[in-house]
Design a binder for this molecule. Structure first.
Ligand SMILES: C[S@@+](CC[C@H](N)C(=O)[O-])C[C@H]1O[C@@H](n2cnc3c(N)ncnc32)[C@H](O)[C@@H]1O
Length: 258
């Protein structure tokens, strides 16, 4: 559970320094272009962002997109409200939430990495389908899939906030057991307070890396028609992306060749 991860709980106000919104700009530009292309002809496009975190993707989904942001962490929602105050924010679990309304598009970005277990992944995809209007688009963007996962090391962080704080991190993401759908990200966060004192926080996150074929099967089972791999568009195309359309009741499955 993400409540176990301090970076999404009591340390959430460091998130903009750990993972600056500017780093999401290129990928978000692609997602915005994709959603607009899929919703061609609509004026304002309603978008549900499941697992919206600090709103760092949402901050770039502008120009005719009207977002509703859902996250399980009150602290991340608070950070997001500061960044993108104009959007509706709702606390909820993307596995179970039901808002009783539908959207032109549903986006499930990197928060899906925290969905551990195939049953829970199926639940998230059903949540996306339940909130997609008929003909609407669901977009799933996991950081990792089993087929291409490769151990990685990295580092990041940047900027100074109004209080004069800075932050940096290192990560090592690796596969403990190639026979399951999980990988582990070992993070070290270095938080520098306004008075210059430094705190080092280490935490290991359990993340998912499901096979592409499982994603495809669960998307289809949820009443969504998988679409072919999307084309290049302005911005940076995510490494892993699945797009699907909500089919009308009684319509036979369309079979896409991804
Ligand atoms: C890497 S952060 C997402 C960052 C986000 N893309 C952004 O733009 O800031 C992961 C997020 O997933 C959220 N999360 C994890 N499990 C969730 C669940 N079951 N339902 C909703 N949100 C969840 C966490 O609270 C956290 O905010």
């Amino acid at each position: 559970m993400t409540a176990d991860y301090r970076i999404y709980a009591d340390l959430a106000n460091w998130w903009p320094l750990i993972s600056p919104p500017s780093e999401y700009a290129q990928e978000a530009a692609y997602l915005a272009a994709l959603i607009k292309e899929k919703s061609a002809g609509k004026g304002t496009i309603s978008v549900l962002d499941l697992g919206s975190g600090g709103g760092h993707v949402a901050a770039h989904l502008t120009g005719g997109l009207d977002l509703t942001l859902v996250d399980i962490s009150p602290e991340m929602l608070a950070a997001s409200r500061r960044l993108v105050p104009g959007f509706e924010h709702i606390k909820g679990d993307m596995r179970t939430i039901r808002l009783g309304r539908q959207f032109d598009a549903v986006l499930v970005h990197d928060a899906v990495d925290y969905i551990i277990g195939r049953h829970d992944l199926a639940s998230v995809i059903k949540t996306a389908a339940a909130h997609c209007r008929q003909g609407g688009t669901a977009v799933f963007v996991p950081d990792y899939v089993k087929d291409t996962f490769a151990e990685l090391t990295g580092a990041g962080g940047g900027g100074v906030d109004d209080a004069g704080r800075t932050a940096a991190f290192t990560e090592h993401t690796w596969d403990l057991d190639p026979d399951d759908d999980e990988v582990q990200a070992d993070y070290e966060f270095t938080l520098t307070h306004a008075d210059g004192t430094t705190e080092v926080i280490r935490e290991s996150h359990k993340l998912s890396a499901y096979p592409r074929d499982l994603w495809r099967a669960l998307i289809t089972d949820a009443g969504l028609d998988l679409e072919p791999e999307p084309a290049p568009l302005p911005g940076r195309k995510p490494a892993n992306i699945f797009t699907a359309r909500r089919r009308s009741p009684g319509t036979p499955h369309a079979v896409a060749r991804p």
